[in-house]
Ligand binder design. Structure first.
Ligand code: MG
Ligand code: MG
Length: 257
């Protein structure tokens, strides 16, 4: 069932989302060669918990051990922060994080270059970021959920890259994962009607070489089936009468360096 949020509830969600946006600014400055993903995770947990009763909502969710999902290169989602995962020049790192504040969740992801990255990775980051921007523009009341996926497809088409098909966006509210599903592929005018008060996590995941993924033996980390790099950008977006409102920071700040 899709739960619609009131304007007041959306304001509450925006307060938690602001913490996420602020956290990404801090993390961007800390993503660098020689840094471990566990260091980033520890910083993020402290940062989140320093804001009133905010908690890192991924920690313990379905048993996940981290506050962040940190996924490097061919890792698509759900990478586990570790002292043994040291960032290296040329990596790309997807950081996915959720905050719960006053009972309301938010969910956002960005992929950062570590130092200088090669041209393919740069194009991948640009395309995935643009796919998110176009998808958000399509999230308007009176449209359909297929419009969002169609927008992602129209950006990826012609790049030679592939949309990860098995993972989708979702509604967000008192829990991180709610109805409806928000696929990254679709046809205009198809799927459920987009209505005022919906809050959606829109999150294209794009890989260089394949749409297929598999899960590693840690039972969490999902990687591209061919080992090619992938990127992931996500915002929590409220559908308002005035248009889509991003709750997890500025759209411009999804930019790659
Ligand atoms: Mg996420
Ligand atoms: Mg999500």
């Amino acid at each position: 069932m899709v739960e619609l949020k009131t304007l007041e509830e959306i304001e509450q969600m925006a307060r938690g989302g602001q913490i996420v946006g602020d956290l990404f600014r801090e993390l961007e400055a800390r993503v660098a060669p020689e840094v471990s993903t566990l260091q980033l995770d520890a910083f993020a947990e402290d940062f989140i918990r320093s804001h009133g009763n905010a908690i890192p909502v991924f920690k313990g969710l379905y048993g996940f051990p981290g506050s962040l999902c940190t996924s490097i290169n061919e890792e698509v989602v759900h990478g586990i922060p570790s002292a043994n995962r040291i960032l290296q020049e040329g990596d790309i790192l997807s950081i996915d994080v959720g905050v719960k504040l006053d009972g309301w969740c938010s969910d956002s992801c960005r992929t950062f270059p570590v130092g200088e990255v090669d041209e393919v990775k740069q194009r991948l980051l640009t395309a995935t970021r643009e796919a998110l921007e176009r998808a958000i523009e399509a999230a308007v009341c009176g449209g359909h959920v297929g419009d969002i996926g169609h927008s992602v497809e129209s950006v990826v088409e012609g790049t030679g890259f592939h949309i990860v098909r098995d993972l989708v966006g979702h509604g967000v509210g008192r829990t991180v994962h709610e109805d409806p599903q928000v696929p990254n592929r679709g046809e205009r005018g198809r799927g459920i009607l987009l209505r005022e008060g919906m809050v959606l996590a829109i999150e294209p995941m794009i890989a260089v070489g394949t749409h297929r993924i598999r899960t590693l033996s840690d039972k969490w980390t999902m990687v591209t089936a061919d080992g090619s790099p992938s990127a992931h950008f996500e915002h929590t977006v409220a559908l308002t009468a005035e248009g889509p409102r991003i709750l997890t920071g500025e759209v411009s700040s999804v930019s790659a360096r």
